[in-house]
Design a protein. Structure first.
Length: 185
């Protein structure tokens, strides 16, 4: 997969593309990268997106459908607003505070559904905790990759699967993020 790295500075822009969802994206030797990539050319039905990076465009195989597995900022506000009033600024504020993962697609943001507890009208607390630890707004595509990559620290399961099964804990998230920051992923 090609995206910027999730923790501490980003994945190398221009790194080789691997197109199997669940693979770890490659890192640069220095661990440093330019600005986070943005989608410039939409998506295809198979979840492929074209990311514009400092060194050129890269193809990223998204592990989710950006049209079916994500929602707009208006839909986020419908879920999260206590009064039910639509306020697109709510999603933007939560994204900028690293509480909510938002993926920039064209001129709008799309928010993966797995983060939400619709019954309680909130962001799942463990998802919010993980997003904050990874500063998800600095590297949203890398954060998305983290959620969908099997991790040996949780029995080779994907964090997203444990989250949606209500089995992922904040302690597990902290352990995985710390291990990744130390380069032990």
């Amino acid at each position: 997969m090609a995206s910027e790295s999730r923790i501490g500075g980003g994945r190398a822009a221009g790194a080789p593309v691997r197109e199997r969802p669940g693979d770890r994206a490659p890192r640069s030797a220095s661990g440093l990268a330019g600005p986070a990539p943005t989608v410039t050319v939409g998506t295809d039905p198979h979840g492929q997106v074209e990311l514009e990076t400092a060194t050129g465009n890269l193809t990223y195989a998204s592990p989710l459908s950006l049209s079916g597995d994500t929602i707009s900022s208006t839909e986020v506000s419908e879920i999260l607003s206590p009064s039910g009033n639509v306020n697109r600024a709510l999603a933007n504020a939560k994204r900028k505070a690293h509480q909510l993962l938002g993926l920039k697609v064209g001129n709008q943001y799309r928010y993966p559904l797995f983060q939400f507890d619709r019954e309680r009208k909130q962001i799942r607390p463990v998802a919010e905790h993980a997003n904050r630890l990874m500063e998800c707004d600095l590297d949203p595509w890398g954060t998305l990759d983290w959620w969908f990559t099997e991790n040996p620290l949780i029995g080779d399961q994907r964090p997203v699967d444990r989250l949606t099964a209500h089995m992922l804990t904040e302690a597990e998230v902290e352990l995985m993020v710390a291990a990744e920051q130390m380069g032990m992923d």
